[in-house]
Design a protein around this ligand. Structure first.
Ligand SMILES: *Cc1c(COP(=O)(O)O)cnc(C)c1O
Length: 426
């Protein structure tokens, strides 16, 4: 399949080229111009790995033989995504059963597989994280020969446990604690990609939610969600997605464009509400990012938004198929408590999606909200909200005991360039 640069329409690349490059000219995002239609009923009857291979094969085309793709998906999707009942018409899709206990394991692990195909020579991956991408990317590439990974994160603005999950690895994983917020980290990464000489010298590629391989991988668990909905209710599915950079939401809209029965998608944000304000008819006007309990969504200039706009412009998604709802801090805490009273332990990101869903869901609809992180990753916040202790799963307990290896840097391109240059000499 050919992908087009959304900013420079004359730049067209194959899937593997798009994976390798990350971003196109003028920092444009790569995106397909049309979508394959699939036999949905047949797909929904298949197991996760087999079904996901079919979906990805339809998207990617003949650039990767299906047998190769099956092996890649099999190595990437090694954990389930169960739909867990909360009430009669509300369920949570738990996307946090991977190695780093967050949904980004799906995209990150498939992207690592795709990059290995796209870019066999030594590579440097430079990426910014607002929390969980970093851990997923670090674990997906840890000890992979020929790959150096540089991860930027906003110092002190992600949870200690989140930080420990990727700053304790070392070896080919370099982590930078940036004196700034996530948008500044993202801006630094963009500066790297603007510097074509540096990109060429170090064979730099990006690995955040803008890489098309991540997005394609995420489409697959929307099918897994609907496959677990009772057949009689499959035409009433409303999905609420806790959104930051809007990669997850874009993937859901693509699934819908490919024919998956999703009645409506809810873009749930925290107080960083650029999209909900815009959707209600105001100007596109990102404000300064504010810190919230759902910190992986503390993004005011979501970098996947042009893809949402592209789907609307292509006419495959209608405006009415998307609702955008902002949930403030009090309501987020209330959501965690209400879910707990219903017997479901959650965390702030899922709670944002749950509260947005509750505001929108009609009684005859079937609502799904995404659990994007394991509650234990936000142990402190959840314990403060609920006033009772929660247990750490073994993977988290092990790395929580280690010390972080990150390097402090200023939010300054020269400092970042220096780190990249020293990687080569070591
Ligand atoms: C990254 C992240 C989000 C936001 O996902 P986007 O695809 O960036 O919108 C939500 N919840 C958690 C826990 C995350 O790590």
């Amino acid at each position: 399949m050919q992908l087009t640069n959304l900013k420079v329409a004359t730049e067209q690349v194959s899937f593997l080229q798009a994976v390798r490059q990350g971003l196109g000219q003028q920092q444009g995002l790569f995106f397909p111009t049309h979508w394959p239609k699939l036999d949905i009923d047949a797909l929904l009857a298949m197991p996760l790995v087999e079904r996901s291979t079919k979906i990805l094969a339809a998207l990617i085309g003949d650039e990767l033989p299906e047998a190769e793709l099956l092996a890649m998906v099999d190595r990437a999707f090694t954990f389930p995504a169960p739909l867990v009942r909360v009430t009669d018409n509300v369920s949570a899709l738990e996307l946090f059963h991977g190695p780093t206990l967050a949904f980004k394991d799906f995209g990150g692990r498939f992207m690592a597989q795709a990059l290995a195909k796209a870019q066999p020579e030594p590579t440097t991956i430079v990426t910014a994280t607002s929390g969980d991408t970093g851990a997923a990317v670090a674990h997906a590439f840890y000890r992979q020969s020929g790959v150096q990974v540089v991860i930027l994160f906003p110092k002190g603005k992600i949870s200690i446990l989140q930080e420990k999950l990727f700053t304790t690895l070392g070896e080919n994983i370099t982590t930078l604690a940036v004196d700034g917020d996530f948008d500044q980290c993202q801006a630094l990464v963009k500066q790297v990609f603007d510097n074509q000489a540096l990109v060429a010298e170090f064979n730099i590629t990006s690995a955040n939610s803008i890489n098309i391989s991540r997005l394609f991988a995420q489409i697959c668990y929307y099918f897994e969600a609907v496959a677990q909905v009772p057949a009689a209710q499959r035409d009433q599915v409303v999905i609420s997605v806790p959104s930051g950079n809007f990669g997850n939401l874009s993937a859901g809209l693509i699934a819908k464009a490919m024919g998956l029965p999703i009645k409506r998608m809810i873009a749930a944000t925290n107080s960083n509400d650029t999209v909900p304000r815009y959707w209600q008819g105001q100007q596109w006007q990102p404000k300064a990012t504010v810190a919230t309990l759902s910190n992986a969504m503390d993004v005011s200039a979501p970098n996947n938004w042009p893809r949402v706009e592209a789907l609307l412009a292509q006419g495959v998604i209608s405006r009415g198929a998307i609702e955008a709802i902002a949930v403030d801090e009090d309501d987020t805490q209330l959501g965690v408590r209400q879910l707990w009273q219903l017997g479901y332990l959650s965390e702030p990101h899922a709670a944002v999606a749950y509260k947005a869903l509750k505001r929108s869901l009609a009684p005859d609809e079937f609502g799904i909200f995404f659990g994007t992180a394991h509650p234990a990753k936000f142990k402190e916040q959840v314990e403060n909200i609920l006033g009772s202790p929660i247990a750490l799963p073994p993977a988290l307990a092990a790395c929580a005991a280690e010390s972080g290896l990150s390097i402090d840097i200023a939010a300054d391109f020269a400092a970042l360039e220096q780190v990249i240059r020293t990687l080569k000499s070591t």
